[in-house]
Design a protein around this ligand. Structure first.
Ligand code: ZN
Length: 63
């Protein structure tokens, strides 16, 4: 699931929020409740995902 970073234009508070694809949620700053927030791209949601599980579990030899 995509997690986007936002920064409040009013108080400069940075926060993360889960946003579903195609969704345009009403994002408000958790600190000052301002709606003047800027969305920043983030790859945080992809961290910790193991891509090499299959290769690591594969046997070294088939003898
Ligand atoms: Zn704010």
């Amino acid at each position: 699931m995509p997690i986007f970073e936002f920064q409040c234009d009013s108080c400069k508070h940075e926060f993360e929020k889960l946003v579903f694809a195609g969704d345009t949620p009403d994002i408000t700053c958790p600190e000052c409740k301002s709606r003047e927030v800027t969305k920043k791209m983030s790859a945080v949601s992809f961290m910790g995902k193991s891509m090499g599980t299959c290769a690591a579990d594969a046997p070294k030899g088939f003898s």
